[in-house]
Ligand binder design. Structure first.
Ligand SMILES: [Cu+2]
Length: 387
């Protein structure tokens, strides 16, 4: 008897934990701020309650039978085979339940794929490990990088409230506007996932997947890459700022038609007029900052890389060889590898600074000096190398 009671207690408490989980904020999926996320939430809850009823029914009968027909009570097994009535019932009832669930699910799915009549189109490209956003009608384009400082990641500093869920350049969209997303990737499969917007869209190289959202509440919504995409998969969050239509117009005016680099919202990718000569100290300072932000995820802060996937830059023949080889590799990248074309992502000044830094750091300066290769590069050199 004792045994039955303890099992019964476990069954019942499991059931109530499940019910409590849905009532506790943060454990259940969010209701969200878009019609689709609301639909998905309602569908999920409908399925959940159906499951609760089935669970209560099945376990109710099971537990009742265990107690009522226990051996110590003198129960005798009924030794019958095949029962058309029972078999029909347990086939037909689940079929009806599944159909009843499939109909609303299909309607929501059709709704998810209807990208017509959108007011704004954003192309989203996943990279190892950052996102690029292009506002196709506004001509705005930028990269969005993780902005959590490395010290917090290494447990050397207390963590921010939005640790690993914060970026330098968030996506900004107007409230009550249908935003169409064209989602793709540059290297491997990523996934643009923001639960409160009800969007989880695979980003696949060579394909453009469509999705959309219409946020009806001003606020900041956060998400992450939802597809394991390499060592820094957990370090490419998504931040969407939903603002008033007037604020969105202002934002577009202040960034209109400019491609701004990841480092700042104002630096254009290509310099219209030749930049002034920079001092070595300035180059090194900017270079170190940018290296740690843009390159260190693969080549590491120590310059030792993670061979064989990511080569070391310390003592590398490219970094301690003729300048043109490094310029060209960093600007154009290497097709088919994770080494991206940073010429599209960073402006001349930043590229000059990063390359200057790699040519000085980790003992590379001595090697370059010994072989009489240049160590300090100016933005103009990059402008020339781009051609
Ligand atoms: Cu990813």
């Amino acid at each position: 008897m004792h045994n039955y009671i303890s099992r019964l207690t476990i069954f019942i408490s499991t059931f109530f934990i499940a019910v409590a989980a849905q009532a506790t904020p943060g454990i259940n999926m969010p209701y969200g701020v878009t019609p689709i996320s609301n639909d998905i939430y309602n569908l999920h809850m409908a399925c959940f309650y159906v499951c609760c009823v089935i669970g209560a029914g099945v376990f109710g009968v099971l537990i009742y039978s265990l107690i009522k027909y226990r051996k110590s009570n003198g129960a005798k097994a009924a030794l019958f085979h095949e029962h058309i009535g029972v078999e029909m019932t347990w086939t037909i009832i689940p079929t009806l339940i599944l159909i009843a669930l499939a109909i609303p699910a299909t309607i929501v799915l059709k709704h998810i794929h209807n990208t017509d009549e959108s007011g704004l189109t954003i192309k989203v490209t996943g990279y190892q490990w950052k996102w690029k956003y292009e506002y196709l009608d506004q001509g705005i384009s930028f990269f969005s990088n993780l902005s959590t400082p490395q010290d917090q990641i290494n447990n050397l500093a207390p963590k921010n409230e939005w640790y690993l869920l914060e970026v330098d350049n968030p996506v900004v969209v107007p409230v009550d506007t249908k935003v169409k997303l064209l989602v793709t990737a540059d290297d491997v499969i990523h996934d643009w996932w923001v639960p409160e917007l009800g969007v989880k869209q695979d980003a696949i190289p060579g394909f453009i997947n469509e999705n959309w959202f219409l946020a009806n509440k001003i606020g900041t919504y956060r998400g992450q890459c939802g597809e394991l995409c390499g060592v820094n998969h957990a370090f490419m969050p998504i931040v969407v700022e939903v603002v008033s239509k007037a604020d969105f117009e202002k934002w577009v005016k202040s960034h209109g038609s400019a491609t701004f680099a990841s480092s700042s919202l104002t630096a254009p990718t290509t310099n219209a007029k030749p930049a002034a000569l920079m001092t070595e100290a300035d180059l090194m300072k900017l270079g170190k900052e940018q290296y740690e932000k843009t390159c260190a995820m693969c080549h590491q802060v120590t310059g030792l890389g993670l061979p064989p996937t990511f080569p070391a830059l310390k003592g590398s023949s490219v970094v301690t060889g003729p300048l043109s080889a490094e310029d060209s590799l960093v600007i154009h990248g290497k097709k088919g590898t994770a080494m991206q074309a940073f010429g599209d992502q960073l402006d001349d000044k930043t590229l000059a600074a990063v390359i200057t830094y790699t040519r000085h750091a980790w003992g590379n300066e001595e090697l370059n000096k010994k072989n009489k290769y240049p160590t300090t590069i100016q933005p103009q050199d990059i402008a020339k190398a781009r051609k």
